[in-house]
Design a protein. Sequence first.
Length: 76
Amino acid sequence: MTDQHDDIADRVAKTRAQLFDTLDAIEDKLNLPKQLGIAASKVKRGVVEKRPEYLAGVAAGVTVVGGIVVLVLRRR
């Protein structure tokens, strides 16, 4: 009887640990500030590794998109 009790207690403890791990993973995914920080770090690391020509292209793209947004807002 004690062996069964120990086996059940072990399974419950293992299941509880898995549940806590799952809840932690869900919390990490739903934590928007944390996800934005991770994304910003990845972008920053990628920008540092890329050539300056890449940065010039990104800046030009941002300028074009910004210009389009300004034009659309002016027409309203």
